[in-house]
Design a binder for this molecule. Structure first.
Ligand code: ARG
Length: 568
């Protein structure tokens, strides 16, 4: 099913070809609905190129533009924009067609990719904290959307399971381990081991040396240290999995840094042989002398002591994804501070002749109410688990107040859907690079651009269908007359335009915004147009709008990784 936008763009391009000119400008949804539904700046762009009058050019484009089957006669506006207003019949017909479409109008991409998406990727023996939230939510949403539009997606959890933290952790394990504490809360105990060892090492040269020796032993395959390391990884993974379960996050593969360990030596040899890397002051480095802003930022891939690092492991990771997994597209989602690192990694891959499409998708931070990086009162990172538990209990209180008659079990389920949804949506509804303030009151509000507001719109619709009392069968033909009906129908038709757009610059917030507008349009419609009390044919047509709205809201939220309750 072709969207209005793509159909108009096709017709515009045919008109330009007929005029014998090159393709120009864009066809987008209108910035001001008073002037229409879509607009193009094609005449403006062309006029600039050829030094002609844009309004006159717009008129000659319109003269050969054939859109009469879907749009009113196009209008020239402002400096030379061409505006389109979709015909009512075309909106009505498309809306009716959406009912039978599982994909709600979204057609498979014409350029399907084999994507690996690396997101979340927390570190072992450290708690997963709110800093990992954004990468996890963003990556999950992008993976869902990519799949929905027809890409082949592998979700990879690139655990930080081979860092230098293990020297400290293993020394701590051997000297300070409290087995009971480990059984109670393993991550907390691992973190304590790491921190206490770290503190001792800071004051005591012999501890520092001993911890370093433990790391070397681990890296050279010592069985005892390897066994301790393995336990740390397993315990951490169990904890992460509990969070993923709660969050509804799934990975296809988990390939932590350790997975690449035995490939690192070969990576360095290969880069040296190819002349891409060189030895400098005893270390092996890649220089980017010809890249202006990287010229003074070499990338070390083997340290002077012979050890490998994060960069070496990411080069091996690229190889694995391109060669073993046969991916042509690699998306890595992390905080903005890793930008330099990935520029270097992608540049090295390019020098090795890799043609895959590499994207580093970065995000900003979550701030506390004081606008500083979010921390607990004692200055620690906020553990994710605590945060999610609080979200659920706060949502539970809201639900209990709103709907005191719910059974305990049902309320617990709804609280989970709303609480987790609120935290995810607060994040995903922001532009990913924007730092945002984490505010319980805002994210759990039933008003404004929040998950509970969208979920509530969905719930309202579900209750209409419960009152209807029987299964709704969509009528063959629908009739829409009221302005609020048309507006809602138009919005529903735009779902298919918005979803693919998210991937242009990795912005799930575009989808969030769309859903918010849809819910607003629905509420305006519901206020003006009685549904169950209306006479036919309005009644069935309006029920159809309700049903589609619920489906789009449900699907849209699902693409953001957010669930919907049936009641709340
Ligand atoms: N473990 C890293 C961190 O917590 C993120 C890993 C990102 N992926 C990668 N291939 N390096 O910051």
């Amino acid at each position: 099913m072709e969207t209005f936008q793509s159909l108009l763009a096709r017709r515009l391009s045919a008109a330009l070809t007929a005029l014998g000119v090159s393709q120009a400008g864009e066809l987008t949804s209108a910035t001001d609905p008073r002037f229409g539904d879509y607009q193009t700046n094609a005449a403006l762009v062309l006029a600039k190129q050829r030094g002609e009058n844009p309004r006159a050019l717009a008129q000659s484009i319109i003269a050969v533009l054939d859109v009469g089957d879907v749009a009113e006669p196009p209008q020239v506006a402002g400096a030379g924009f061409i505006n389109f207003r979709i015909k009512r019949e075309a909106i009505v017909a498309k809306t009716r067609d959406l009912v039978g479409d599982e994909q709600l109008g979204v057609t498979p991409t014409t350029d399907p990719r084999k994507i690996v998406i690396d997101f979340g990727s927390p570190n072992v023996a450290k708690p997963m904290h709110v800093g990992h939230i954004r990468s996890t939510f963003l990556g999950d949403a992008l993976a869902r959307i990519a799949q929905f539009v027809g890409h082949d997606v592998i979700r990879d959890n690139h655990l930080g399971d081979w860092g230098t933290q293990f020297g400290m952790v293993i020394w701590g394990w051997k000297h300070l381990l409290d087995r009971d504490a480990l059984a109670r809360d393993s991550i907390a105990e691992l973190v304590r081991l790491y921190k206490e060892t770290n503190e001792r090492a800071a004051n005591d040269e012999s501890v520092r040396e001993a911890a370093r020796a433990e790391l070397v032993k681990l890296q050279s395959g010592d069985p005892e240290n390897f066994a301790i390391w393995k336990q740390c990884v397993d315990l951490s993974m169990r904890e992460f999995e509990r969070a993923y379960e709660l969050l509804g996050i799934k990975y296809d593969i988990v390939r932590g840094e350790s997975f690449y360990n035995d490939r690192l030596a070969a990576v360095v040899e290969r880069l040296l042989r190819a002349g891409i890397a060189e030895i400098s002051e005893g270390a092996v480095c890649v220089f980017f002398r010809d890249v202006p802003d990287l010229a003074d930022k070499p990338c070390i891939i083997r340290k002077r002591d012979g050890g490998y690092n994060y960069a070496t492991s990411d080069i091996a990771t690229v190889d694995y994804r391109v060669q073993d997994l046969q991916r042509d597209t690699i998306w890595i989602v992390t905080g903005a501070p890793q930008q330099l690192h990935f520029r270097q990694i992608f540049e090295i891959a390019r020098r090795e002749g890799d043609t895959a499409d590499f994207r580093h998708i970065t995000h900003g931070s979550i701030l506390g109410e004081d606008r500083k990086l979010m921390k607990t009162r004692s200055g620690e990172n906020v553990p994710l688990r605590d945060l999610l538990e609080e979200a659920i209990s706060r949502a539970g209180r809201i639900v209990a107040e709103k709907n005191p008659d719910l059974r305990e079990e049902e309320r617990a389920h709804i609280a989970k859907v709303i609480g987790i949804g609120a935290v995810k949506y607060a994040d995903l509804s922001q532009y990913r690079m924007t730092d945002y303030v984490f505010s319980w009151d805002k994210m759990l509000s039933l008003h404004g651009n929040t998950a509970p507001y969208l979920q509530n719109a969905y719930v309202r619709i579900r209750s209409i269908f419960r009152k209807l009392g029987h299964a709704f069968v969509a009528p063959e033909k629908i009739a829409l007359a009221e302005a609020a009906e048309i507006q809602l129908a138009k919005k529903l038709c735009q779902f298919a335009e918005v979803v693919p757009q998210v991937l242009n610059d990795f912005r799930p917030n575009i989808l969030g915004n769309y859903l918010f507008e849809l819910a607003n349009n629905f509420h305006a419609f519901y206020e003006e147009c009685p549904v169950l009390k209306a006479a036919e044919p309005a009644r069935s047509s309006r029920l159809l709008l309700c049903e589609l709205t619920a489906r789009v809201l449900g699907r849209g939220l699902d693409l953001l990784g957010i669930g919907v309750p049936e009641k709340m």
